[in-house]
Design a protein around this ligand. Sequence first.
Ligand code: 2AM
Length: 196
Amino acid sequence: MTQPQGSAPERDSGTEPQRVFFALWPEERVAAALYTSARRIHAQTGGRLMRRDSLHLTLAFLGDQSPERVETLRELAATLRGEAFELLVARAGAWQRGRIVWGGPEVTPPPLAALAEELAAALRAEGFAVEARPFAAHVTLVRNGHQPPSREINPPVLWPVGEFALMRSHLGAEGARYECLGRWPLSHDTQADRGT
Ligand code: 2AM
């Protein structure tokens, strides 16, 4: 991610559409561990290894949006009340005959499923077109692999997730470059802690 929290975002003053999506973006240590797994998997599958600084888990892809609609996305994100959780990236797989080789959890943690659902509902309510297929938690590690990966990621990668982000992708010949447009924390209080 090119934009650390706390500093002014790199914003376009223009009116051109921005290609945006909500994602979980790993901190450096987790990105490094995911990248180690990605390299191992890439040795099995071939294809194009994703860059370490591009590894992420997409929550909702929005595609091209006007700057005004991006502002709506930021406002909508601030209303979400998700909980922090740990994601154990323990298994690998491939879709579309290797076009996407991914790592993900054996079972989607309930707070992640709830966050994706709450986000999708809020997006729909604001008139954004969202993916109709069920949410499939995955981090794309390799594209256009030639062989399937082995099923297990060993050792698994433990990813403590405490925030989600609105990202913009700038497409280029070298692949996408990502810019963070906003980040929102997930709560560390469970419902039980709050006594609700
Ligand atoms: P993928 O990794 O499974 O390809 C940014 O492009 C992110 O949005 C990627 O992680 C990509 O998922 C996801 N995405 C979902 N739908 C997409 C679409 N129609 N076009 C491009 N990216 C999409």
